[in-house]
Design a protein around this ligand. Sequence first.
Ligand SMILES: *Cc1c(COP(=O)(O)O)cnc(C)c1O
Length: 389
Amino acid sequence: MTDPYHWLTESLTTLRQAHWYRSPQPLESPSGPEIRLEGRRLVNFASNDYLGLTQDPRLKAAAQRALEIWGTGSSGSPLLSGYGPLQAELEEKLARWKGAEAALVFSSGYLANVGTVLALVGPRDLILADEYNHSSLKRGAQLSGAKVCAYPHLDMAALSDLLEKYRAQARRCLILSDGVFSMDGDICPLPELLDLAEHYRAMALVDDAHATGVLGPAGAGSRDYFQGQGFTVPQFLQMGTLSKALGSLGGYVAGRREWIEFLRNRAATWVYSTALAPANLAAALAAVEIIQTEPEHLGKLWDNVRFLREKLTALPLARLPSQSPILGIGLPNAQSALAMSQNLRELGFFAPAIRPPTVPTSRLRLSLMTRHQPSHLQGLVNALKALSA
Ligand SMILES: *Cc1c(COP(=O)(O)O)cnc(C)c1O
């Protein structure tokens, strides 16, 4: 018992016993509505590539061009030598799309959240956070040393109570929420959250990883979505990723020019991490351009969402409330979620079981793409029907 790593063996055993053990499965094809996995063709309901842009020839061409001109890497952190014209252009384009004054592009969404939270708050401060927030917001909050209070999922009355109770004792206050919740697919009540933020002089950071390129008339995310419904939405910190609907890699934060200037100086995950590769930046630029000029992709995605939602409602399944292309089906425990996922797989459909510790309750998670055909969706419905009979 002298091996200092022995506890890892025990920990892995515990994970296996709880059916929490996970390992990645290498894809044998490019990602798309159909994939090959372990020698089998499967209809894929596990992709974040909502608009199918990872396979768009225009993104590939833009990435190739950038690669030819600029090379494979950025060669430095942004303040040293890694900041190039593609990053400047992308930051400008993202800011305009998001209705913000400026934006900052990080090497990943995870780094954008952790770096931003750590730059904004510290031990004398207060963080109020939705209990279902993404790991990157949670981890940032923990690391910041601020007092962290989680409020029940989407519960603005509870958020209001916490602000009333604790805001006055803290120097600064930061409210954290996903825009679209990544494991449930429901959305943050942004206008109410921002009203509370204003009333209690709190900052707000909203994570649009699954809203960027998906929500709102222009696909610009949560702010666009609520403005489209007639709300006037003030400026707040809009975070998102380039790696989901935008088909590339990287993350961003957009907001007022001074906020971004501050982050450029104080967000350690931006200052001390190598800037994105030119090919990633060029692909993201092409993606935003396509989303802005070809609204039909977004329209098709939402047609698919409406179609599947309607079909699922008719089945004896516990569909979780969702207003996005992420649809969840609640299951009683990790084992039953795994069994459902495995059975679907035998019928030719890939939909992962999401279990604790990622989420508090086990479920099957389906995410839809523009490139899903009616036959893909109807096939899934038939399979679910057979399995739930
Ligand atoms: C994917 C995701 C992130 C992380 O973004 P990456 O660019 O993949 O690092 C952050 N927040 C949410 C809600 C996400 O779903």
